[in-house]
Design a protein around this ligand. Structure first.
Ligand SMILES: C[S@@+](CC[C@H](N)C(=O)[O-])C[C@H]1O[C@@H](n2cnc3c(N)ncnc32)[C@H](O)[C@@H]1O
Length: 209
């Protein structure tokens, strides 16, 4: 089954390189345009992901890594659901500057397509919402997410339906499952940006070490 062609639904989807994408976000962040667009588009990725996560993460004090936190929309959902201990990382300094002060314990700038400067087993969970999409972060990042997560910790992420097979997320997920590196808890098609007829796969996996 081929991916649905959603490549023309959102302007940023046509960009290919990290450099082009960062430039685009620098502009998109201005005057809070990104956050305004997300409200206007009824972008439900952060809410849907945290709703799924909550069903499995009962302890609200666990240490969470929000990978590709952008302006902090996932942090807002985590806070609203009572979580108290989460860090955010993103490659766009301009978006990081827009995150509400005090929302995350720590914010840092890093490229998720590279090795992370984080100890093994540092986190109880990794959330990654809206970041596995056209030209952004590739499937190899899942290896790093597993490395920094504790045994029985959770990974919860969205994958834009338009790149799921094209970028090899289907194969990577199969490989991690067959290698017993994680166990599937949830995997379903979420609404994501349904106002634009763009959905995302939402996966929730328990890490096995
Ligand atoms: C669609 S936004 C999602 C932001 C936030 N998670 C949300 O749901 O609103 C995608 C984010 O991925 C970040 N990003 C793109 N490529 C990246 C990379 N290579 N490393 C780290 N972050 C990246 C962008 O800067 C942007 O903040």
């Amino acid at each position: 089954m081929a991916d649905k062609d959603v490549s023309k639904k959102v302007p940023i989807y046509k960009l290919k390189t990290t450099e082009e994408i960062m430039k685009y976000y620098d502009e998109w962040g201005k005057n809070n345009k990104y956050d305004k667009d997300m409200v206007e588009w009824d972008y439900t990725g952060p809410k849907e992901t945290v709703e799924a996560f909550k069903k499995y993460a009962n302890n609200k004090e666990i240490k969470i890594y929000d990978a590709g936190c952008g302006t902090g929309l996932v942090g807002v959902e985590l806070k609203n659901s009572g979580y108290t201990n989460f860090d955010g990382v993103d490659l766009s300094q301009k978006l990081l500057d827009l995150v509400p002060k005090g929302l995350y314990k720590n914010l840092s700038k890093a490229d998720l397509n590279k090795s992370l400067n984080i100890k093994d087993n540092e986190y109880d969970a990794v959330l990654c919402v809206g970041t596995f999409t056209f030209g952004h972060v590739k499937p190899l990042a899942l290896d790093e997410f597993i490395r920094i997560t504790k045994n029985k910790g959770l990974l919860c992420f969205t994958i834009n339906e338009g790149i799921y097979e094209e970028y090899g997320f289907d194969k990577k997920i199969e490989e991690l499952t067959e290698s017993n590196l994680w166990k599937k808890k949830e995997f379903f098609k979420s609404n994501y940006i349904s106002s634009k007829n763009v959905n995302a796969w939402l996966g929730l996996y328990e890490v096995i070490k």
